[in-house]
Design a protein around this ligand. Structure first.
Ligand code: SF4
Length: 297
């Protein structure tokens, strides 16, 4: 082949017509000739380095490449397989969340109504098929629709999945103690999670699942319009703030999220496993409450 090309170049032939070039399976699999696009190729030094097996070297023009016709492209779900379909993201927002986030809320009733519409939309959400097929119910969020402080956790656990309310298990009971000690009242807060469905085995939310559920979180924040957000745990902190550091590195300061002050601290379930970290959470709550004008001892 190389010899022939050299010969043609020597006799003044400068171009060859379009051809289908099958590629050896050991390099690129076995593409059908119809899937290989070969444009007119100049007979020059750039195409001379061809091995005896016909495998183009790295100097092969980049325009010589295999492409898959659109009709044969696999959908994301068929690529990932049904057991990985939690990774599939629905394009575009739900009409309900779009309508809610395009409205400005000034009173309690309109906020309550908007949250109720969002909760109904969430209850039918199937974006993360693995989570949707296993949940007992969705866990939307609870609390005061006009709360100044919003708590954001990670995802529902078994008790939350059974009750439909965030932070009701042992971690929730510990959270209640922290709230009380901080001179706050749970009924004055708004509490929700990064995810509204329980991940199997309480595993961490997958990034795709957090992305799927983000429009609901943002819609809840839009309706409630809190002045402060407390992120409980690394998952909440990283997802809300688009941070990569663990919560241990994010605590002790206030962040800004769309004009809302955000404080990050350890998740109560982490405290159940590591009681020594309660001291740090208490320091964080003192720091946080000081910004609200409350000095905790
Ligand atoms: S976690 Fe959120 S996005 Fe995923 S199925 Fe549940 S409600 Fe829908």
């Amino acid at each position: 082949m190389a010899q022939l090309l050299r010969h043609l170049a020597g006799t003044g032939v400068t171009h060859l017509p379009k051809v289908d070039v099958p590629k050896p399976s050991r390099v690129l699999g076995k593409p059908r000739p119809s899937l290989v696009v070969a444009e007119t190729v100049a007979v020059s030094e750039s195409v001379l380095p061809v091995t005896e097996a016909g495998v183009a070297t790295s100097r092969t023009p980049s325009r010589l490449r295999a492409v898959t016709p659109v009709a044969e492209m696999k959908s994301p779900s068929s690529v990932l397989g049904s057991d990985n379909s939690a990774k599939v993201m629905q394009a575009g927002p739900f009409p309900e969340t779009k309508a809610v986030t395009e409205t400005i809320y000034t009173d309690l009733e309109s906020r309550r109504d908007a949250l109720s519409k969002l909760a109904k939309c969430v209850a039918g959400c199937q974006r993360c098929p693995e989570l949707a097929s296993r949940r007992t119910q969705t866990v939307f969020g609870v609390g005061n629709p006009t709360a100044d402080i919003m708590f954001i956790g990670e995802a529902p656990g078994a008790e939350e999945d059974a009750n439909g309310e965030p932070f009701v298990g042992p971690a929730g009971q510990l959270l209640n103690k922290i709230v009380e000690a901080s001179q706050l009242k749970r009924e004055n807060l708004y509490i929700c999670n990064i995810l509204r469905c329980r991940p199997p085995g309480n595993r961490n939310p997958l990034p795709e699942e957090a992305a799927n559920c983000r429009e609901f979180l943002d819609a809840q924040i839009h309706v409630v319009q809190p002045k402060y957000i407390v992120c409980w745990g690394t998952v909440a902190a990283q997802n809300l703030l688009n941070e990569t550091q663990a919560v241990g590195k994010l605590r002790g300061k206030l962040f800004d999220y769309r004009g809302i002050k955000v404080m990050c601290t350890y998740h109560p379930s982490y405290l159940l496993r590591n009681p020594a970290a309660k001291k740090q959470v208490w320091e964080d709550m003192k720091f946080f409450m000081k910004h609200l004008g409350v000095e905790l001892q």
